[in-house]
Design a protein around this ligand. Structure first.
Ligand code: ADP
Ligand code: MG
Length: 144
């Protein structure tokens, strides 16, 4: 679907959050500035996370307490799949948390097959974005 401002993208994230369960993994793909972190913030708000939700670009992973714990990854600076395992990040995927992964394509092979794929693309207007949401590998359908 299309959104015409950041607030709409955030609201879609909140709407999805209401349908999430512990262990769910969401992969967020899209160019720099597309709105992955905006979407992640919406999911966080929907899960009752009250603090700031920024792109953890320099940190790789932020863990937030919420109704369900939220693990927010940003793998932009990761060199590859080996680095993901060496940093111990795989311990934070799934489990009792909801995991949101920005730049999952940085470590092909380390992401679970069963996941919700979110793709955000720039639209023709400045603030317009196209958001596609697809369950992969047996992930249940979600309402949008
Ligand atoms: P990413 O994490 O994908 O690199 P961010 O979420 O950090 O991108 O930034 C997206 C930027 O684009 C923000 O400054 C946001 O305000 C702006 N923006 C404008 N329109 C939209 C939209 N429709 N959806 C999401 N973000 C938007
Ligand atoms: Mg980001």
């Amino acid at each position: 679907m299309n959104t015409v401002n950041a607030g709409e993208t955030e609201r879609i994230g909140m709407h999805i959050a209401a349908q999430l369960r512990a262990g769910d993994v969401l992969l967020l793909s899209g160019d720099l500035g597309a709105g992955k972190t905006v979407f992640a913030r919406g999911v966080a708000r929907g899960l009752g996370v009250s603090g700031p939700v920024a792109s953890p670009t320099f940190v790789l992973l932020h863990c937030h307490a919420g109704l369900i714990p939220l693990h927010h990854f940003d793998l932009y600076r990761l060199s590859g799949t080996d680095a993901f395992y060496e940093a111990g990040l795989s311990d934070y995927l799934g489990g009792d948390a909801v995991s949101l992964v920005e730049w999952p394509e940085r470590c092909p092979g380390a992401m679970p097959e069963c996941c919700l794929e979110i793709r955000i693309r720039y639209g023709p207007e400045d603030d317009e974005r196209r958001i596609e949401i697809r369950p992969r590998g047996g992930f249940r359908e979600v309402r949008i």
